[in-house]
Design a protein around this ligand. Structure first.
Ligand code: B4P
Length: 187
């Protein structure tokens, strides 16, 4: 099963994506985590990505597509994968459709986490206080939300046309939301 978890920054993609991947027994891949690891290692890709990430902008499609192609072509992903934070632009979605078509596969489900803007900002500022992630500051959060609406939200209608979107109410406890997400992907 090839799934993706879609939602605004702070909607709980990472939290719910990991649990859902465990439940479905597929590996989870987060482009945000891959990029943060590259930044930490100080690779050329990481140095390039950091400039965009700190501002709250999207890293260019070709950089992200290189990372994801490697994963989708790996043995571990042969039976499916849970994609967290990817795709994020229509160009990325079209590219992943092409890569999966080569394997006679497609995106089977898109879990869309619905969370109010007020709650998103609250969660990210709470994480800033705890973890100090360099893009969890008010200015970058505002940019990330703007970028989500302009570049990522169009994916909702892209995948609705494929009939694979399952909307999940993303407010409440982690367990409650996970129950809804499991019901949504198995229905
Ligand atoms: P990501 O790492 O994907 O970050 P994000 O969208 O900002 O969301 P995040 O993962 O942090 O939050 P989540 O919803 O899990 O990307 C970071 C940057 O990398 C991007 O801005 C971009 O520059 C770049 N990037 C990544 N992928 C890219 C791509 N495909 N193309 C181009 N650029 C890309 O929310 C988690 C927070 O909410 C946590 O603090 C958690 O504890 C809390 N939370 C979760 N569930 C909760 C609940 N029920 N109640 C209360 N809090 C909850």
């Amino acid at each position: 099963m090839y799934l993706m978890i879609l939602g605004a920054p702070g909607s709980g993609k990472g939290t719910q994506g990991k649990l859902l991947a465990e439940f479905l027994r597929v590996p989870e891949v987060s482009t945000g985590e891959l990029l943060r690891a590259a930044v930490k290692q100080g690779t050329a890709l990481g140095k390039e990505a950091k400039k965009y990430m700190d501002r709250g902008e999207l890293v260019p499609d070709d950089v992200v597509l290189g990372l994801i192609k490697e994963i989708l072509d790996s043995k571990a992903a042969a039976g499916g994968v849970m994609m967290d934070g990817f795709p994020r632009t229509v160009a990325q979605a079209q590219a992943v459709d092409k890569l999966l078509a080569l394997k006679q596969a497609r995106v089977d489900r898109v879990v869309l986490l619905d969370v109010s803007e007020e709650e998103l900002v609250k969660r990210l500022l709470a994480r800033a206080a705890k973890e100090g992630r360099s893009d969890d500051n008010l200015e970058s959060i505002k940019t990330r939300l703007k970028v989500y609406h302009s570049q990522t939200a169009p994916l909702i209608s892209y995948y609705e046309r494929q009939g694979v979107v399952r909307r999940v109410q993303g407010m409440g406890s982690v367990d409650e939301i996970q129950r809804r997400a499991r019901a949504a992907v198995t229905a």
